[in-house]
Design a protein around this ligand. Structure first.
Ligand code: A2P
Length: 292
């Protein structure tokens, strides 16, 4: 792996040298250093990288990250292999954190899952996305609906003071196949609830607004079932003691696998909420988790 990573760096330098006027010093454009890697299961891992000093982002946004692809069989040329990744770390963090699936034959994640501290990866520092506060109209209760790695943008939003300034209640639902796949999210929720630093930043008792509703579909856990089914049956509203969503009080952000996004979008629209965007804020927003 080290060899492969060395190649990445060399090639990036070469590309930079070719793209820059002759008198400029060649640099490594968009290379960042991996600082930490955690494997949560055979399907999931998270990693942290250095953050360009000038890079700003809004909680919930994503960036393109990746590695150099394999050399072309004939020309030997390498191209960057990039995918969109939601930023999981809060915007006030010195580093950037990402949460990823491992797809064994996935073009990027089959390689990315082997990164180690000290390795370099490519980061295009141009954050964009629709899972942002700016795309929602003011409301009372914010629902954040995630499956699998779709938790990532919410990990950032849940550590943003604005989330608690804008809403009286914030409900995060996370549906995964197994309890092991809930661990990353559960740990972040625990950290948020016990963080003195966040309490200082956001205000005393802010965490009382945060409700966490994890469910599993393929392994026994205290709450089983897809969140969509639990909404249709009314179970989730009963469990949390809140009424079903209404366009006057509720706002929603959706991030998960494609089938989930489509199904939940339909359901949310049945409650009367309409989709918003940066340019036209409304009652809900959706973004797919970017799978390999
Ligand atoms: P299920 O196990 O019933 O397929 P994945 O890891 O495949 O991305 O799935 C993450 C979670 O999303 C799983 O618990 C899965 O449930 C659930 N899921 C998949 N499709 C839908 C859907 N259309 N609506 C609600 N949940 C879904």
């Amino acid at each position: 792996m080290m060899n492969e990573m060395t190649t990445v760096t060399d090639t990036a330098a070469q590309i930079a040298a070719e793209a820059t006027p002759a008198r400029a010093q060649p640099t490594l454009p968009d290379a960042q250093t991996v600082t930490q890697v955690t494997h949560w299961s055979d399907r999931l891992f998270s990693f942290r990288i250095s953050r360009p000093a000038s890079m700003r982002f809004r909680s919930g946004e994503f960036v393109m990250i990746g590695l150099m692809g394999d050399p072309h069989p004939e020309t030997g040329k390498q191209k960057p292999l990039l995918r969109a990744y939601s930023i999981a770390s809060p915007s006030w963090d010195d580093e950037l954190e990402f949460y990823s699936i491992k797809v064994q034959d996935g073009p990027l994640t089959s390689k990315l899952q082997h990164i180690q501290p000290g390795d370099e990866i490519i980061l295009r520092p141009k954050p964009v996305g629709t899972l942002v506060h700016d795309a929602l109209l003011p409301g009372k209760r914010l629902w954040l609906f995630a499956t699998g790695t779709g938790f990532a943008p919410f990990a950032s939003l849940l550590r943003d003071p604005q989330t608690y300034e804008d809403y009286d209640e914030v409900i995060l639902t996370h549906t995964c196949r197994t309890t092991a796949e809930l661990t990353y999210g559960a740990q972040i929720i625990d950290e948020i609830r016990s963080s003195e630093m966040l309490e200082e930043l956001i205000g005393e008792g802010f965490a009382d607004k945060l409700r966490y509703y994890p469910t599993t579909t393929r392994e026994e856990s205290p709450k089983m079932g897809r969140i969509t089914d639990l909404m249709r049956s009314g179970q989730v509203f009963e469990d949390l003691g809140v009424p079903p969503l209404t366009p006057t009080s509720d706002r929603a952000m959706i991030c998960g696998n494609l089938a989930f996004n489509i199904e939940l979008k339909e359901l949310i629209e049945e409650y009367g909420l309409q989709e918003g965007a940066n340019s036209a804020p409304r009652e809900y927003v959706v973004e797919k988790a970017f799978l390999d």
